[in-house]
Design a protein around this ligand. Structure first.
Ligand code: SAM
Length: 309
């Protein structure tokens, strides 16, 4: 089934599309062969076709989505885009591309496999001149956030409050707080200030980096931070960087953060491609700011406070 709701939100995200539009205008030359890897509705391929005289190829692995893109482009008389259904890293697209554009960026960056996909494309087509985006960074910023306080208070209130029959789960508030801290919240951070410098957790050189997995420990120590804002930066061209940071123009990716449990002084944030998800594990001892091996069961999952991607 074509996910109209999901794609409508991406089409309505003007910040995202304007960034790709401007970056493509900067990077694509008029005789370039362009591949849109993960074309969805075909919108980025259609934009690219305004910049090159060659046919643009858009590849989409979901059959219904590829079929929708074909209809949408044909009905809009955008006949210089060819939509192919299949895996962009494997399907026959004809001559090698000069430029690859791929908006397979997850809520925090790597979850839609942009790292593996661009690496596979570089292996297959060594002469690709440019990837849009060219890099992807995941960053963490300690914050003091009213939104995080409100959320934590509501969780604690739900567990401490008396329920019918005189029941209460007040005894497990610390466990509930710890569990809350392992969840990545997606919301809109407006009443929030920085509580320390942002730290780059990982930077991928798209096309070159082969492994997306990482694990980093961030120490908060005595910082007043009550949460950590997680976000990505994706340089699309020399002049254009797309970002999900709370101070950047709002996008459908929303603002992600994790809530600091009481007494926690450090958090280990990791990503595992095999599970396509982030893990966040808080502890109460100060840990070194060094990359560490991921161990133990996965802890993180993403929940939305506001509807987002
Ligand atoms: C985030 S959406 C973006 C769609 C469109 N490019 C846009 O910007 O609106 C990513 C799309 O890429 C597709 N996709 C992800 N990985 C793919 C792959 N390896 N090959 C083909 N399609 C892929 C997904 O099914 C999804 O439709």
């Amino acid at each position: 089934m074509f996910e109209a709701h999901h794609h409508a939100r991406m089409l309505a995200d003007t910040t995202r599309l304007t960034a790709f539009h401007n970056a493509m205008a900067e990077v694509i030359a008029d005789r370039d062969r362009v591949l849109d890897a993960g074309t969805g509705t075909g919108i980025l391929a259609a934009m690219a076709s305004q910049l090159t005289t060659r046919t643009v190829v858009g590849v989409e692995y979901l059959e219904d989505t590829a079929s929708f893109a074909q209809q949408a482009l044909h009905a809009s008389h955008l006949d210089r885009v060819e939509v192919i259904q299949g895996n962009a890293a494997q399907v026959d697209i004809g001559p090698p591309p000069d430029v690859v554009v791929s908006e397979t960026i997850g809520a925090l960056g790597p979850e839609e496999n942009i790292v593996g996909l661009t690496h596979a494309l570089r292996q297959r087509y060594p002469d690709i001149r440019a990837f849009i985006p060219s890099r992807l960074r995941v960053l963490a910023e300690p914050i003091v956030s009213a939104e995080a306080d409100t959320l934590r208070a509501s969780i604690i209130g739900a567990f401490t409050g008396e329920r019918p029959g005189g029941l209460s789960f007040a005894a497990v508030v610390p466990q509930a707080e710890q569990a809350l801290g392992s969840q990545i919240i997606t919301a809109s951070l407006t009443d929030t200030t920085s509580s320390g410098p942002a730290r780059t957790l990982i930077e991928y050189d798209l096309g070159t980096t082969s492994e997306a997995d990482f694990s980093q420990t961030l120490s908060l120590g005595d910082s007043p931070a009550n949460a950590v804002h997680l976000y990505f930066e994706a340089p699309l061209s020399p002049a254009v960087t797309l970002s999900s940071h709370r101070a950047a123009a709002f996008t459908h990716w929303g603002h992600s953060y994790i809530v600091r449990p009481s007494n926690a002084s450090a958090v280990t944030i990791g990503y595992r491609h095999a599970e396509r998800r982030f893990t966040c594990r808080w502890n109460s001892t100060t840990a070194p700011d060094e990359p560490q091996a991921v161990s133990g069961p996965p802890a993180g999952r993403t929940i939305s406070v506001r509807p987002s991607r």
